[in-house]
Write a protein that binds this ligand. Structure first.
Ligand code: NAI
Length: 386
């Protein structure tokens, strides 16, 4: 696809306006549509301010020229000349299906239709279309202009040739594309679940407080943010809902079980930073948060969360969700992990990681702690992943 191709974006919220910005900065004319007129106005003002700032910093030559590449639309009719449409509307399957059906009436027969969904099945969205073979997932990360990773997700109906077209286009846009099987949470939102879930479990069991867990993960693990600070930052309305959706989509596999602690925060409206309160109270200073520095507690927390994360990465590889290289890229570029989890496993030793998981399995007798058969094989054969 060349720069002359017109790109359509459905939904002008946080993700849609970010994706539209990326496409315009890559040289395309962009049609940005929303069914809410005030959302379009907000996107126009936001993009204009962003381009102005970029011009002041010398990163672009003309904010006005960039803004001129946009058509702000309140009807899907404006998509008629587009070669690719990326949908970023509310995360509801029935709404997405109906919008895809409507857009398909307007666009040309070879226009590619993509969804930015975080957790819905691409195959089920494609099934709502008369030409399901042109539908795929293009999953950007927030904020889209700054995060390099894009997960490309073919539905089971997608024409294989479209994957290459999408990959080339994302590279032209300066992105790092990876390819994921259409399974719940794709790569990042599947593998990252224990970062939150296991941390909450350690806290609920009274092993350590949130301050201790966050400190161990950042100081020992080298992660930029601890799990509780990160959940508060993402917002429990988003993070809890992804966890619950992934849990249901995996037929209630206990590995992905949501927690009552986080559900209660959501019910209370304590959504995290944006409401001033979540796991942390942002009215207090960080110094008010308890933490212990007991070295054995620290090592136990780190080993437990890391073993669960590595097990997810290994199991995703085992089940063909993505390649070794794409799993490593996804976790280092999509959620900024300090190291790829498969490389981390190699350095730690598959046998050491397995020993932690088997120890947890022994202690709890829960399927949640079952090790991936591939991890067991690598441990037995002393093999490396990377
Ligand atoms: P948002 O709430 O900021 O924006 C959604 C926009 O879609 C709103 O402007 C709304 O008016 C519009 N909209 C809703 N129904 C519509 C319809 N029927 N037709 C046209 N426009 C409609 O949501 P956000 O955060 O941008 O998320 C959009 C999608 O991107 C969701 O599928 C979400 O799961 C996914 N996503 C979100 C990420 C995030 O961190 N926020 C990250 C990656 C994916």
């Amino acid at each position: 696809m060349t720069k002359e191709a017109q790109i359509g974006v459905i939904g002008s919220g946080a993700m849609g306006s970010g994706i539209a910005q990326v496409a315009a900065m890559a040289g395309h004319n962009v049609v940005l549509y929303d069914n809410n007129v005030s959302a379009i106005e907000k996107a126009k003002t936001g993009l204009s301010a962003t381009f102005q700032k970029l011009q002041e910093k010398g990163k672009i030559t003309s904010a006005a020229d960039l803004l001129n590449r946009f058509t702000f639309a309140d009807t899907t009719q404006s998509f008629a000349g587009c070669s690719l449409i990326i949908e970023a509307i509310v995360e509801k399957l029935e709404v997405k299906k109906s919008v895809f059906g409507e857009v398909e009436q307007v666009v040309s027969s070879d226009c590619i239709l993509a969804s930015n969904t975080s957790s819905l099945s691409i195959t089920s969205i494609a099934a709502a279309c008369t030409k399901p073979e042109r539908v795929m997932g293009l999953h950007f990360f927030n904020p889209a202009p700054l995060m390099a990773l894009v997960e490309i997700i073919p539905a089971i109906q997608t024409t294989p040739g479209l994957i290459t077209i999408a990959r080339d286009l994302m590279q032209q846009w300066g992105k790092l594309p990876v390819i994921a099987k259409d399974t719940p949470g794709f790569i990042v939102n599947r593998i990252a679940r224990p970062f939150y879930g296991e941390a909450i479990r350690i806290y609920e069991e009274g092993i350590a407080g949130i301050g201790t867990i966050d400190k161990v993960i950042t100081e020992t693990g080298g992660f930029r943010m601890g799990p509780f600070a990160l959940m508060d930052y993402i917002g429990h309305d988003v993070n809890y809902v992804v966890t619950e959706t992934v849990f249901q989509a995996f037929f209630y596999d206990p590995r992905y079980k949501p927690s009552f602690s986080q559900k209660r925060l959501l019910e209370a409206g304590w959504l995290g930073r944006k409401t001033g309160k979540g796991f942390y109270n942002y009215a207090q200073s960080a110094a008010d948060t308890d933490y212990t520095t007991d070295i054995n507690t620290g090592r136990g927390i780190m080993d437990r969360i890391l073993a669960m994360l590595i097990n997810e990465a290994v199991d995703a590889l085992y089940l063909g969700v993505a390649t070794v290289a794409d799993i490593e890229t996804a976790m280092t570029k999509g959620v900024n992990y300090p190291k790829g989890l498969l490389q981390w496993c190699d350095e730690w030793g598959a046998a050491n990681c397995l020993a932690v998981l088997d120890g947890l399995y022994e202690e709890y007798h829960e399927d949640r702690y079952r090790a991936s058969p591939l991890l067991r094989k690598h441990a037995a054969g002393n093999k490396k992943f990377v």
